[in-house]
Design a binder for this molecule. Structure first.
Ligand SMILES: [Zn+2]
Length: 112
């Protein structure tokens, strides 16, 4: 899998693409800053993927409850493919990983 070039927002060092995982911290090889994908970037890509899934289900003629169920089922595979394409067009943005925050290493973005 080929990923776009990722750069540290603090020092501009190239980040190791192969270690890149959306939900985990990544340490910059240049400045040792803990980084993660910017939350707004993740929210933006999943929102677009949801809209895209909905549009696909409409296009294949689903309606009512089936439209709803199919959108939920297809959202994840569409999001995976879409995140890849989106990442090629708009390289992911990083932000400082919030160390010391409660539940920082697990699903901390569940709280809304
Ligand atoms: Zn850096």
């Amino acid at each position: 899998m080929m990923w776009p070039t990722l750069k540290c927002p603090f020092c501009g060092s190239l980040l190791p693409n192969r270690q890149y995982k959306a939900r985990t911290a990544l340490t910059c090889p240049g400045c040792s800053e803990p980084l993660r994908l910017a939350r707004w970037y993740l929210h933006l890509t999943s929102a677009i993927a949801l809209g895209l899934t909905f549009a696909i289900c409409l296009l294949i003629g689903l309606g009512g409850l089936w439209l709803f169920a199919a959108t939920l089922l297809l959202w994840f595979p569409v999001a995976v493919a879409w995140n890849y394409l989106f990442g090629l067009m708009f390289p992911p943005r990083f932000e400082r990983y919030p160390t010391g925050a409660p539940g920082a290493n697990t699903s901390s973005d569940k709280r809304s």
